[in-house]
Design a protein around this ligand. Structure first.
Ligand SMILES: [Zn+2]
Length: 475
């Protein structure tokens, strides 16, 4: 039942008063060009680009057609489809700058989304639904709002006849979510490097954080990603009839192994990124949590402080390495003892490349010498280290934040996952996660059911990104 039917009810009036009191969630008046932006965003969300049922090429063709219709020169647009993957299309655009010697600014965004099963969702995942100040739909938050802001930025520069110093490029790519599409960022790095070459690139990661009351805590900039490694354990045995059990049932052994690995207590580790984040967030969040963060910064071994800070999964993940079981398969019949059991443990490392010591730790905890174990790391080589956080790259972000989000600090952060940024960083393009799109601690449930982001976050993020890109383009 829709709340709209209760429009005259006292509850809604009270709700509206509370929203106004919270100060950060009331609707903003529409800004110039908002209709154009909304139309791009809607088309993006409503074009299915999931690995299971979608097609990136269909979407990039639509975006390219829209940009041409808006007067963007066709010669500055390229749809690039990997020859063996017709649904994995990418779009590259360039808005030429005045100074051919100045390196470009690249706006990077993946347009593919994680699969969404209609029957599991409350609303249709491939319809952009606006309800009570939130946008719902697959990709609304990860990351079609930002993709739409990139397209909108180029069209606005075109419409406003801006002549920037640097060329502004855009790459909308497929295959970041691992749904079976060829990874577009990797493809472009390998085959069309000149088209995406840049002195700085911006993409997803970071954003903005809201506390439980919807108050803006900080604009965050992803300076570092976590590295990832998986450990695949396999146990095999002779099996047999389930009526005459052997003492060493493989499923039971694997479950014991997983429990032991799950109980590893990883130490709290600080690097430049998570330290800067926690130092900045502690006074903003205040109370017991703020105090616990301060204690932990002074002494990373303080167990009580760590327990308090780690209550929030996003913070727990930012404080060090994590490992969880993610896949399990085993057995072959309901009336047979298992002959084979296989389980995957996925780890996210704070320090890139620290695989061997983690492997030793996991093997020690597993305490199952008969198990075969295979380690795989991201891209076969792991993620590159983080690019430096310089004043030249932080300055424009701080300036735009002061305009759009006055009084809210800008904090570097340690992202808890990896993005396509690492593919560009690996070839020397410093890439940072910046969006100015605020989310609560649930991150809008990206990759999960009923993905959402507030209308206000999207609209303010659009204004913020335009300012940031314009500032970099004239640097
Ligand atoms: Zn994403």
């Amino acid at each position: 039942m829709s709340n709209l039917k209760w429009a005259a009810g006292p509850c809604l009036l009270l709700g509206a008063a509370l929203l106004l009191a919270a100060g950060s969630v009331q609707a903003a008046p529409p800004t110039a060009g908002e209709a154009q932006f909304r139309s791009i965003y809607k088309e993006m969300v409503e074009t299915d680009t999931s690995g299971a049922t979608g097609n990136c090429t269909v979407l990039v063709e639509k975006v390219a057609a829209r940009m041409k219709a808006a007067g963007f020169p066709a010669e500055n647009l390229r749809v690039i489809v990997p020859p063996n993957d017709p649904k994995a299309g990418n779009l590259v655009a360039a808005y030429p700058g005045k100074d051919p010697a100045a390196r470009a600014v690249l706006m990077l965004g993946h347009i593919d989304v994680v699969n969404a099963r209609r029957e599991d969702w409350t609303r249709d995942p491939f319809v952009l639904i606006e309800e009570n100040g939130e946008f719902y739909g697959r990709g609304t938050s990860d990351m079609k709002a930002q993709d739409a802001a990139w397209v909108d930025t180029l069209l606005r520069m075109q419409q406003e006849k801006i002549r920037p110093k640097r060329t502004v490029k855009m790459a909308l790519t497929c295959g970041e979510e691992g749904g079976g599409f060829t990874n577009g960022a990797g493809w472009l790095v390998e085959h069309n490097r000149d088209l995406i070459d840049a002195g700085i690139a911006l993409t997803e990661g970071g954003g903005g954080e809201l506390d439980e009351a919807g108050r803006r805590l900080a604009v965050t900039v992803m300076g570092a990603e976590k590295d990832s490694a998986s450990f695949i354990f396999e146990l095999t045995g002779p099996g047999g009839h389930s009526s005459k059990p052997r003492p060493d049932n493989l499923i039971s052994r694997m479950s014991t192994l997983l429990t032991r690995v799950d109980q590893i207590d990883y130490p709290v580790e600080f690097n430049a990124h998570n330290r800067a984040y926690f130092m900045g967030i502690a006074p903003r969040i205040g109370g017991d949590r703020g105090a616990a963060i301060q204690t932990l910064l002074a002494n990373p071994n303080d167990a009580a402080a760590a327990a308090t800070v780690k209550q929030l999964p996003a913070w727990s993940a930012m404080l060090g390495t994590t490992c969880i079981p993610t896949l399990i398969e085993g057995g072959h019949a309901g009336n047979a003892q298992p002959q084979r059991v296989k389980a995957t443990i996925n780890c996210r490392l704070l320090q890139p490349g620290d695989y061997e010591s983690l492997k030793a730790q996991v093997l020690r905890a597993a305490a199952e010498p008969e198990a075969k174990m295979e380690m795989t790391v991201f891209g076969g080589v792991g993620r590159p280290g983080a690019p430096p956080l310089t004043e030249a790259m932080m300055g424009p972000i701080r300036k735009a934040a002061a305009e759009v989000f006055p009084g809210v600090p800008v904090l570097p952060m340690q992202e808890t996952f990896g993005t396509d940024a690492s593919r560009l960083i690996a070839v020397g393009i410093p890439t940072y996660g910046v969006s100015g799109m605020f989310r609560g601690f649930d991150s809008g449930n990206i990759h999960g059911l009923n993905e959402h982001i507030s209308v206000r976050s999207v609209m303010d993020g659009r204004a913020f990104l335009y300012s940031v890109v314009r500032a970099y383009a004239d640097q």
